[in-house]
Design a protein around this ligand. Structure first.
Ligand code: NAP
Length: 311
């Protein structure tokens, strides 16, 4: 039987994905049909972006899986009409690589104090050398596909890295802590904090005023995770008081960030417009094709979302 695959994402994305998905699906040897429009009752798999027109999954009665193109699933995971298994994007070659590059770049910017030399209107001969990486504790909240990869790279550069997750982890040379009790341990004394948690009911506002107060005075916050992880009023207050010296923010509660948002004009905030990492069609298509192949072969799906915890 031909495997029927629906591409359900904003129409402009079809041009980017049609060829890579076709190549990747062909390479599996499966008999398949891939289209942007199929009778709902015939669809076996849905390649899905949460901003697609499909928000009601009820008519898709034959779905074997919905394969999310994004790592984040907060906009689909609690959709009551979705009963089929949901997978999220994990792609080492694309998404993970991009995040490692973005996080490493922004950590190094703050660690080395690059701004002092890049923006130096008075042409000052400021001879003070930055500390070395081993003297700069970095904490990453979220030790999943992305957090773990960033931790390994930063560790490799010499930073002492602490990583926090829900379940217990063992990662070579990374100080792994977990659960509620581990959070304070992870935050206390960190000089650079990277947020790579998913947006869930438990993680909303996790970076609250009390949490910020545990960081070392002058610490930097880097958020490529999701906007709601941060209590924005508490972060702005901590920036104003000097407890936090800078925040580099890629994600926000409302995107695009409204023109009148105080983050835009705050002198200690750097904004990047949700570009930390994006799904790369060529490598993501291979992950999706492999997942469909596995399911058709009776193997478990990779990167399955836990619908109870929400990521
Ligand atoms: P992941 O593999 O699902 O990892 C999530 C991590 O967060 C896991 O380590 C998990 O713990 C931990 N976690 C979740 N809830 C927790 C809680 N209540 N307490 C403690 N730890 C908790 O996700 P990922 O692929 O690394 O992606 C992380 C997030 O990055 C995504 O959800 C998305 O929001 C964001 N993202 C942003 C961009 C961008 O361009 N800005 C791009 C891609 C992704 P366990 O390991 O114990 O499960």
């Amino acid at each position: 039987m031909t495997v029927q695959i629906l591409f359900a994402a904003p129409s402009e994305q079809w041009a980017d994905y049609e060829a890579p998905l076709t190549d990747a699906l062909k390479a599996t040897g499966m008999d398949y049909a891939l289209a942007t429009d199929l009778p709902p009752g015939t669809v076996d798999y849905m390649v899905y972006a949460p901003d697609s027109a499909v928000q009601d999954f009820t008519p898709y009665t034959r779905l074997k899986a919905v394969l999310n193109l994004w790592a984040g699933v907060e906009k689909v995971v609690f959709n009551p009409t979705l009963t089929a298994p949901l997978t999220r994007m994990v792609d080492e070659e694309g998404l993970t690589q991009g995040m490692v590059e973005w996080v490493t770049g922004h950590v190094l910017r703050h660690h080395l104090g690059m701004d002092r030399h890049i923006v130096n209107p008075g042409n000052l001969w400021d001879h003070e050398a930055p500390p070395l990486a081993p003297e700069r504790p970095v904490t990453i909240l979220g030790m999943g596909a992305l957090g773990k990869a960033c931790a390994r790279t930063l560790r490799h550069l010499g930073f002492p890295v602490t990583g926090w997750s829900r379940s217990e982890k063992r990662i070579a040379n990374v100080n792994c802590v977990h659960g509620e009790a581990g959070l304070a341990q992870a935050l206390r004394g960190a000089q650079i904090l990277v947020l790579l948690l998913p947006e869930t009911r438990e993680t909303e506002n996790i970076l609250s005023g009390p949490a910020l107060s545990l960081l070392e005075r002058g610490a930097v916050v880097i958020n490529p995770g999701r906007g709601p992880l941060i209590d924005d009023a508490a972060l702005l207050a901590a920036l104003d008081s000097g407890h936090i010296s800078h925040a580099t923010l890629d994600v926000f509660r409302v995107e695009p960030l409204p023109k009148d948002d105080p983050y835009w004009t705050h002198p200690k905030v750097t904004i990047t417009p949700h570009v930390a990492s994006e799904t790369r069609p060529a490598s993501a298509a291979r992950v999706i094709a492999e997942n469909i192949r596995r399911k058709e072969a009776g193997l478990p799906l990779m990167h399955l979302v836990d619908r109870l915890v929400g990521y």
